[in-house]
Design a protein around this ligand. Structure first.
Ligand code: HDD
Length: 709
């Protein structure tokens, strides 16, 4: 029996290291080994002789209660689940670091993390959908959570944001109603992970403050291609606080290095069937392949004078500040380069709170933010079961910390010595920590007087102006997607009055949009516009930063090519495609008739990643279809191969093909010379031309051809 010791004081990391299977009392780790193989034990450390059979009287006799291993094993299994998050239940996390690339913020905030450029501070990010339950698909139409925990030297700083800079509601008191309405309806328990149902649109149509967010959620922002291709926002206005106590207002931004990208709706619907884990797999694969995901960290900084002059209230989370008005200054970066060791320990148990801010960062009186600061701590107790959830390694600060908190369920960090209160007179050695007026957290000083009442700031009442500004900032393709999304969602609403009520709001946003949605719904007559509480500002200038398509990265980096191959595939052509996609920073997967692989013209067997019925074209950003003539004849009779071509076409993807692919195209009813989104590979040299074209990501002109209603 081998025994190893990690020594005392290592308890905090004891349950994250996969190689440390057992923990003994006092923080020691023991490994009982039979040769090189560790011996299975109970949680009490008793070695197990038989893990296949419970203890019985005779081989066919009754099971004995005496079997402590059986009892403990089933007991533990029965309690494996903890309550899932009420919102943002489905999530995926990764580790990395946060780094300032610039010291602009050093003069504006005392936060230690802002003081030095080039220093890496550990970070953990959890992405999520909002409405879906834990087992729901990744590519649901939904807002994405973008929660960042930065383990600074002054404690944990959580920026608990979304991939959309505005929110549905203005006051936290409405949050339970919003979420109840969005999630499955209480009587039937469905639909899950979708807002296309009566309760949701009933609530939204009765909440004009949600109109701006309604435009964002019906846009492609809620169908991100992956976490790596979406922005993140702190949403609220926060404060930076300098050494003299002076504050600067700030909005936090994350901008993806690989640019923004979304999928189209029909693709999302099919993706959720083909790979319900599409987003998490993408991030996992990218990090495991050694290509970290990266975002720029940007800030919009402004003062009281700007806040006063702005058309909207900076305390209203349903409004954003256009980048054209207050530019986003890039001051840092966030890199995710390490997957979790254990999903439950890290991604499931990570606990964020807007209330976690280091000295130098402060709150504003945004009523949504104030309510959030209360809600998160409360939620952690419910989910993690103990006030000691900060003892879990994923939640524990990585800087020294000293509190007089003690006891409670599962207390793992237990102070030694006599002093568990202060002030005390035990002296510095055993008296424990002391408050520090110089180093400690100080909120921004703010004088507040007023009547006690339930009300909102006057400018909160403008509900349509920025909704309109968002819409007019979109390209025509994106405007059509918004229209189509409204028509789709409201067509799932069974109550005609709710559909009409939504159109009455859209009339205040954009008349053409409202009319097109009404037409798409087959509304017999246009309703009267809803009465706005404040006049709609119709001439807010379009903001170029709001369009995904207009800000495309124009490169294929980080994207994936699906290559459909068969026996007899041209080895040179395939190699040229592989080289071109890799040179562009992309990746590829081979899709073929059998998982065992295909034999190429050089006689080698090439493994394929997907069998054709498990590798539909929705999994890829672009496709190349290069079967041999015999292979194409075979695929022409395979429905999933025809779908591969048809879907790539319908989803406006760039399609490369060789002449031998024609029988498959013919059977799929696709003419390869239909538009400039097709690239024929007549020789290996054409591969580069094709991958260069793929930099546009989609051949959007085709959309008008594939949608008649
Ligand atoms: Fe929230 C989770 C983001 C409003 C109450 N929220 C949660 C998560 C994100 C957000 C990203 C998941 C964190 C994780 O990955 O563990 N929430 C937002 C944003 C909001 C917002 C951007 C508006 C600007 N949230 C909001 C309000 C309340 C909550 C107004 C309640 C008053 N949110 C919660 C929660 C959750 C949560 C119930 C569920 C699980 C958790 O906190 O840890 O407390």
């Amino acid at each position: 029996m081998a025994k190893s010791k990690s020594g005392p004081g290592k308890l905090a990391e004891a349950n994250i290291g996969a190689e440390k299977f057992l923990r003994g009392q006092g923080g020691e780790t023991h490994q009982i080994a039979d040769g090189d193989t560790p011996v299975l034990t109970t949680a009490q450390g008793i070695p197990v002789a038989d893990d296949q059979n419970s203890l019985k009287i005779g081989p066919r006799g009754p099971v004995l209660l005496e079997d402590f291993h059986l009892r403990e094993k089933i007991f533990h299994f029965d309690h494996e689940r903890i309550p899932e998050r009420v919102v943002h239940a489905r999530g995926f996390g990764a580790h990395g670091f946060f780094e300032m690339t610039d010291t602009t913020l050093a003069g504006l905030s005392t936060a230690d993390v802002f003081q030095r450029a080039g220093e890496q501070t550990p970070a953990f990010v959890r992405f999520s959908t909002v409405a879906g339950n834990k087992g729901s698909p990744d590519v649901a139409r939904d807002v994405r959570g973008f929660a960042v925990k930065i383990y600074t030297q002054q404690g944990n700083w959580d920026i608990v944001g979304n991939n959309i800079p505005v929110f549905f509601i203005q006051d936290a008191i409405k949050f339970p109603d919003l979420i109840h309405a969005a999630k499955q309806e209480p009587d039937r328990g469905f639909p899950q992970a979708q807002t296309a149902h009566d309760n949701f649109w009933d609530f939204i149509s009765l909440s004009p403050e949600a109109m701006h967010m309604a435009m964002w959620i019906m846009s492609d922002r809620t169908l991100p291609r992956s976490f790596r291709f979406m922005e993140g926002f702190g949403v609220h206005t926060f404060r930076l606080i300098d050494a003299a106590g002076k504050t600067t207002f700030v909005k936090f931004h994350w901008k993806p290095k690989l640019g923004l990208q979304s999928v189209v709706w029909n693709e999302a619907v099919k993706l959720n069937g083909a790979d319900p884990d599409f987003h998490r797999r993408d991030l996992w694969d990218a990090i495991q392949a050694g290509t970290p995901a990266e975002w720029e960290f940007g800030v919009q900084l402004f003062d009281e004078a700007f806040a006063e002059s702005f058309d909207f209230d900076v305390l209203d989370a349903t409004k954003f500040i256009p980048e054209e008005l207050v530019p986003v200054k890039i001051v840092g970066r966030l890199v995710l380069n390490r997957v979790v060791d254990n999903f439950f320990a890290e991604t499931e148990q990570v606990a964020f709170s807007t209330g976690n801010v280091p000295p130098g960062v402060g709150f504003t009186n945004d009523p949504l933010l104030q309510g959030r600061n209360f809600s998160y701590l409360d939620t952690q107790l419910k989910r993690l079961g103990s006030t000691n959830f900060t003892h879990l390694p994923i939640n524990a600060p990585k800087c020294p910390f000293h509190t007089f908190q003690q006891d409670g369920h599962m207390a793992m960090i237990n102070p030694k010595g006599r002093a568990n209160y202060e002030p005390n007179s035990w002296g510095p050695e055993i008296g424990g920590p002391r408050e520090s007026p110089t180093l400690g957290y100080k909120p921004a000083a703010e004088q507040i007087t007023g009547d006690k009442l339930q009300a909102k700031g006057e400018k909160f009442a403008d509900h349509y102006s920025q909704a309109r500004q968002f819409f007019v900032s979109q390209t025509p393709i994106e405007q059509t997607h918004i229209k189509d999304a409204f028509v789709f969602e409201l067509s799932k609403v069974e109550t005609p009055a709710i559909r009409a009520r939504m159109v009455s709001h859209l009339l205040n946003v954009d008349k053409t949009l409202a009319k097109l949605v009404a037409d798409g719904l087959g509304l017999a007559e246009l309703p009267k516009p809803a009465t706005p509480a404040r006049p709609v500002i119709k001439d807010l200038p379009p903001s170029a930063a709001l369009s995904i398509i207009a800000n495309g990265p124009k490169r294929f980096e980080g994207r994936k090519l699906g290559i459909l191959v068969t026996d007899g595939v041209d080895a040179k052509l395939l190699a040229a495609l592989q080289n071109a996609v890799e040179a562009a920073g992309g990746v590829y997967e081979l899709v073929g008739p059998k998982i065992g692989g295909v034999t190429c013209t050089k006689g080698m067997v090439l493994p394929v990643k997907q069998k054709i019925n498990g590798g539909p074209s929705v999994l890829y950003d672009a496709v190349a279809i290069i079967p041999s003539a015999a292979g194409a004849a075979l695929l022409a009779n395979e429905a999933t191969a025809k779908d591969f071509v048809n879907d790539a076409f319908a989803h406006a993807k760039f399609i490369a093909y060789c002449a031998d692919a024609m029988p498959l195209f013919d059977k799929a009813n696709i003419a390869a010379d239909m538009d400039a989104g097709f690239v024929e590979l007549t020789s290996p040299a054409d591969a580069e031309t094709f991958i260069a074209a793929c930099g546009e990501l989609r051949f959007w002109e085709r959309e008008a051809v594939v949608h008649a209603v």
